[in-house]
Design a protein around this ligand. Structure first.
Ligand SMILES: Cc1cc2nc3c(=O)[nH]c(=O)nc-3n(C[C@H](O)[C@H](O)[C@H](O)COP(=O)(O)OP(=O)(O)OC[C@H]3O[C@@H](n4cnc5c(N)ncnc54)[C@H](O)[C@@H]3O)c2cc1C
Length: 436
């Protein structure tokens, strides 16, 4: 049916942004960060009304539909073969609504790095993730584990409202005052409920950050991981630390971020981290948060084809550290990444948002070359009993049991009831469908 999509067959709101396989820009749009695709058409709506038009056009064409904000999806491919990609990148406005309260509006198609840059002159920031190229829509509908998370919470914890186009073609506001059930669901399971076109957040006042990168000799990987875990848990909540290990290398990399510019306090908070293992290098620098998460807008080639598994943990204790160290040593895991959660994230009641994991301290991500997929899945099965929950954004296992990891029983039941109300026919079922 690819031949069926023509400019003249589209509603007028979508004609301008149509990109077909024969168009020169198609090569830059067909793939995403992790997936290769060959869609029949890429649409670029500019308004919520155009998103509604696109939904009804896609329904009438009966073609697969992918929703794309920044194209960095891991748990879901925001491209397809022969279908329609609804690319929200033109809906990327960032507006400071009230510098006093920090209320800001951010289009779902913005990249987090660009949003940070736009908020910086007002001294405001929303904690997002470690990559500024990640899109606002995909991250803010799932959680948002960021480099200021322990101080300022998950991205969804700053959300005040979302504008969402639901399966019936309605444009709804979801907030504490309007459609509160949808607001609850969007904050952790948003991809199942519609297409968010813009968000309002209460941004934090962030004068800057002190960012430290450290290279450790991680030859004693098991011991190092346990010491790392203890240091992260003991750190003041201004400090959020992410760790990256790579197969075939005993040089581990850490990004340790102090949210604020108090150099003495940052130095004190950093000291325990510098005693964890022999240091191979490192540097500290005060900078605007926007510089930490700058967005290079790297071209998407679909070339990053890692197979990923993920889970949350309360502590990095021996059973976890031994298994993770083993995966890196054997080469099963090409990369191991451990992001700190906890702090302010865990102040939120577990029932307050669809993302319900409010007592864990670590988000663990392992990426393997596709050739090692089988080993990774087997070894992850051995680790699974020691984990406690799952952040879906880093997970590629499509087994429906992952939903039970991601959502506690009562949360999942409530989400399924709401899915039956807002998306009974399963239009938004490409990203861990709640009702398959
Ligand atoms: C290099 C890299 C680093 C990362 N680091 C972090 C990190 O530090 N912390 C963290 O929390 N996550 C991180 N992630 C995971 C990231 O948050 C998710 O992959 C997220 O889904 C990407 O958002 P996107 O808009 O770029 O994705 P896209 O590929 O555009 O979308 C992915 C999926 O999200 C859903 N979606 C996208 N936009 C919308 C929308 N507007 N409305 C409803 N549903 C939508 C759709 O199901 C879509 O298929 C990282 C990912 C990568 C690739």
């Amino acid at each position: 049916m690819a031949g069926g999509i023509t400019r003249s067959s589209l509603p007028s709101s979508l004609r301008e942004g149509l990109v077909l396989p024969s168009d020169p820009g198609y090569g830059q749009l067909r793939h995403t960060y992790s997936y290769r695709g060959s869609p029949a058409a890429v649409l670029h709506p500019r308004t919520a009304g155009a998103v509604v038009d696109a939904l009804s056009y896609a329904a009438a064409s009966a073609l697969p539909l992918s929703v794309r904000s920044g194209g960095h999806g891991i748990s879901s491919a925001s491209t397809n073969d022969g279908g329609i990609v609804l690319d929200l990148s033109a809906m990327n406005a960032v507006e400071v609504l009230d510098p006093g309260t920090g209320r800001v509006r951010i289009g779902a198609g913005a990249r987090w790095g660009d949003a940070a840059r736009a908020l910086s002159p007002a001294g405001l920031a929303v904690s997002s993730g470690d990559s500024g190229d990640v899109g606002v829509g995909g991250l803010a509908t799932a959680g948002g584990i960021g480099l200021m998370g322990r101080k300022h919470g998950l991205t969804i914890d700053s959300m005040a409202a979302a504008t969402i186009v639901t399966a019936d073609g309605a444009v709804r506001t979801a907030s504490a005052a309007e459609n509160p059930d949808l607001f609850w669901a969007v904050r952790g399971a948003g991809a199942n409920f519609g297409i968010v076109t813009e968000f309002e957040f209460t941004a934090a006042k962030v004068p800057g950050v002190i960012s430290t990168t450290v290279q450790y000799d991680t030859s004693d990987t098991t011991g190092f991981l346990q010491r790392w875990g203890d240091a992260v848990e003991a750190a003041p909540r201004e400090m959020t630390a992410f760790l990256y290990l790579f197969a075939g290398s005993t040089a581990g990399m850490a990004s340790i971020v102090y949210a604020g510019l108090d150099a003495d306090a940052a130095r004190r908070a950093l000291a325990p981290f510098l005693a964890l293992a022999p240091l191979l290098g490192g540097q500290s620098q005060a900078m605007p948060y926007a510089e930490l998460v700058a967005s290079p807008h790297a071209a998407h080639t679909g070339a990053v084809s890692l197979q990923t598994r993920s889970g949350l943990a309360v502590h990095l204790d021996a059973p976890i550290a031994v298994r993770l160290a083993g995966m890196v040593a054997s080469g099963t895991a090409a990369t191991l990444q451990i992001r700190a959660v906890g702090g302010r994230i865990n102040d939120v009641d577990a029932g307050a948002t669809a993302y319900a994991h409010r007592h864990q301290n670590f988000s663990i991500f392992v990426g393997a070359d596709p050739a090692h997929r089988g080993e990774l899945w087997r070894e992850w099965d051995g680790l699974h009993p020691h984990l406690d929950g799952l952040y879906l954004s880093f997970e590629m296992d499509k087994d429906p049991r992952r939903l039970a990891d991601a959502f506690p029983t009562a949360t999942l039941a409530r989400l399924r009831d709401l899915k039956a109300v807002y998306d009974p026919a399963g239009l938004f079922n490409t990203n861990f469908p709640l009702r398959a």
